[in-house]
Design a protein around this ligand. Structure first.
Ligand SMILES: Nc1ncnc2c1ncn2[C@@H]1O[C@H](COP(=O)(O)OP(=O)(O)OP(=O)(O)O)[C@@H](O)[C@H]1O
Ligand SMILES: [Mg+2]
Length: 266
């Protein structure tokens, strides 16, 4: 079954075209990575998929329904790129995760507490459950937010750069857990990342985005380094090419972006 289906979607902010005619479908249980340079529209696409914003043109479906309708009936997990929690509130870690369950009338308080404990355990944050959230380090906070996104046991999880601030030692455990969720539990995970190591080790499918969708395939079918260089430039660094740079004839992004010092070399 298709978890996500995006049909000919364009998104315009004012007179700025953020996404252009994007179509993509993702089967249930897939772990998909979306890669692309800054400003490519990755977060915008996640917001369309999860029903946070409506496309200007085209259609989005979550499990065959409009995302807005789906969200009314079923939980979805969404980890935004920026944490928008009020840091002045003296919330403890377990309360932050509990907040996402609070409205569920179908689950007893006792079960909710167990679910919070399990979600925190899954991201290695159970021992810090009684700490004040705003006092945590950036990486610790990020892991709590991941626990919060998944505590509802959603069938689909949208993660916008979940590894921001998570240290190298914890990243492997974290991604082991994420791929386990997709593989063993059949949860669909759509994740924005800039991390080539993550893509090649843990992900089923990759989508390369820069306003348009340039490629979407199984990771096993593509050369990851080549795919990353398509979106980020030859060396895998984040490169935006000067518009009309004729010497960069093979680059599909030559018509986009403001350019960096790397353009001089391309
Ligand atoms: N609400 C908005 N109003 C106006 N412009 C917006 C809005 N949201 C996004 N944009 C613009 O759309 C473009 C795509 O933004 P988006 O956040 O989707 O990029 P991204 O690929 O997630 O980038 P990054 O890697 O930096 O997170 C950017 O140029 C951004 O400034
Ligand atoms: Mg983004």
């Amino acid at each position: 079954m298709e978890a996500v289906k995006i049909e000919s979607v364009s998104v315009v902010f004012g007179n700025f075209l953020a996404l252009e005619n994007v179509s993509i479908s993702v089967k249930s249980g897939t772990l998909l990575a979306i890669v692309g340079p800054n400003g490519a529209g990755k977060s915008t696409l996640l917001k369309v998929m999860s029903g946070i914003i409506k496309p200007t043109v085209g259609k989005a479906f979550l499990f065959g329904e409009s995302p807005k309708l789906y969200r009314k009936k079923s939980p979805i997990g969404y980890l935004p790129q920026q944490q928008n929690l009020n840091m002045n509130l003296p919330l403890i870690v377990s309360d932050v995760v509990y907040m996402n369950l609070a409205v569920r009338k179908d689950i007893s308080k006792k079960d909710k507490k167990l679910m919070v404990a399990e979600a925190l355990n899954n991201v290695g944050m159970f021992d810090l459950r009684n700490r004040i959230f705003s006092y945590l380090s950036g990486g610790e906070r990020q892991r709590v937010m991941v626990a919060s996104a998944m505590v509802n046991m959603p069938k689909i999880l949208f993660l916008d750069e979940p590894n921001t601030g998570v240290d190298i030692v914890n990243q492997d455990d974290f991604y082991d857990f994420i791929s386990h969720l997709a593989g063993r539990h059949g949860i669909t995970i759509i994740m924005v990342t800039h991390d080539v190591g993550v893509v090649s080790s843990y992900v089923d499918e990759i989508a390369c985005l820069n306003k348009k969708l340039y490629m979407h395939d199984k990771v096993s079918n593509v050369d990851i380094n080549e795919a990353m260089s398509i979106v980020y430039g030859e060396t895998g660094r984040i490169v935006t090419h000067l518009p009309n740079n004729k010497s960069c004839f093979s680059c599909p992004f030559k018509d986009f972006g403001a350019g960096t010092s790397d353009d001089i070399k391309s």
